[in-house]
Design a protein around this ligand. Structure first.
Ligand code: ATP
Ligand code: MG
Length: 246
């Protein structure tokens, strides 16, 4: 799946690898064709950010890890791009933080949800939510509103990588603490987030796992102070500044 034809010495290795994974995801029926367009948008911003985790994103990743560790019920939402790009990394983050995994699609079909769930189980996921779909996010049309009542429906903290702006806003309006991974600091999704993580999913998820492992034995006060000292507006502003400076 990694595309052995891409030499690691290629200056755009990571970007080519990512494209290859999304293409393979479409071929396997995990990712929608719309996902290709989202990928293109993401790549453009990653290029402008220097294709690296900028310091404010690293801080956001640590704050997000602290949120996941201190909350009662945390859910990692997975869509077709996330499943294609970082399935094993999501499973590891779920295990390290005690989070549930829920498949949640913008272009929802039961077939695609089942294929993604199976793909995640192949990467070690024990339980995958999203198929029951007995809960609703208020304020969205029927298909896009569906969630599991005992998953995202009941969660206090949700990680939503590459989420559509509408749904990110609706989840926020439900009172959820939202951790959003989105390379576009001007995206409505990033702006709706409690913690906007302006970084590539393929770097952000393993970074969060590392922070979570590092904070595994931290006391409540330490986690609270990491969460409280994070400033979302400042993080968005420094990502925008970085784009202008490159
Ligand atoms: P808005 O949030 O303003 O409503 P949108 O949700 O309509 O915008 P989409 O194209 O649906 O925009 O969402 C894709 C988003 O995901 C883009 O903002 C893009 O930058 C981001 N994105 C794509 N690939 C990645 C990736 N690998 N890592 C992080 N973010 C990514
Ligand atoms: Mg968006």
């Amino acid at each position: 799946m990694t595309g052995p034809e891409i030499p690691e010495s290629h200056p755009r290795y990571e970007s080519l690898l990512t494209r290859h994974r999304i293409e393979a995801g479409v071929d396997r029926g995990l990712t929608s064709r719309q996902g290709l367009i989202a990928q293109g948008r993401g790549e453009a911003f990653d290029y402008l950010l220097g294709e690296e985790t900028i310091p404010s994103a690293a801080e956001a990743e640590r704050a997000a890890a602290a949120h996941l560790l201190r909350a009662e019920h945390t859910v990692l939402s997975v869509n077709g791009n996330v499943a294609a790009l970082a399935p094993g990394e999501i499973v590891e983050l779920a295990e390290t933080t005690g989070s549930d995994i829920e498949v949640n699609l913008f272009n929802r079909t039961d077939g695609r949800i089942e294929r993604i769930a199976e793909h995640l189980r192949d990467h070690g996921a024990e339980a995958v939510k999203g198929l029951t779909a007995d809960g609703r996010i208020p304020g969205l049309d029927h298909e896009r509103a569906k969630v599991d009542a005992d998953g995202i429906g009941a969660a206090d903290v949700v990680l939503v990588p590459l989420e559509d702006g509408d749904r990110a806003e609706a989840l926020g309006a439900m009172g959820k603490t939202e951790l959003v991974i989105d390379l576009n600091p001007m995206s409505r999704s990033a702006r709706a987030a409690t913690v906007p993580i302006v970084d590539n999913l393929i770097r952000a998820v393993p970074n969060m796992t590392e922070h979570a492992a590092d904070l595994a034995d931290a006391d409540r006060e330490t986690l609270d102070s990491i969460v409280e000292s994070f400033d979302a507006d400042e993080a968005l502003a420094s990502a925008e500044q970085r784009i202008r400076d490159v």
